[in-house]
Design a protein around this ligand. Structure first.
Ligand SMILES: [Zn+2]
Length: 79
């Protein structure tokens, strides 16, 4: 069986489509994993709302933007 030029074009387009889908899926999964990691290690400043990375087991961290002190585990005492 000999492929015609049109068949070849269709195959190329299909391959490109599949490639885009696979690429999109991988980037989507990577982004989701990144976001989860960021959410686990990031702290949102209670004063200015800036998100910044934070080391684990740090009870008190300082916001790089406004120098506010952020306490780990929410702001139950602050209300
Ligand atoms: Zn801040």
């Amino acid at each position: 069986m000999i492929l015609s030029f049109t068949d070849l074009l269709v195959v190329i387009v299909l391959l490109a489509f599949v490639w885009v889908l696979v690429d999109w899926t991988f980037s989507f999964l990577a982004e989701r994993r990144n976001q989860r990691r960021l959410r686990l290690s990031a702290r949102e400043c209670h004063l200015c709302g800036k998100r910044y990375p934070e080391k684990n087991r740090v009870k008190l961290s300082t916001c790089p933007k406004c120098s506010a002190q952020n306490i780990r585990g929410g702001h139950r005492k602050l209300g």
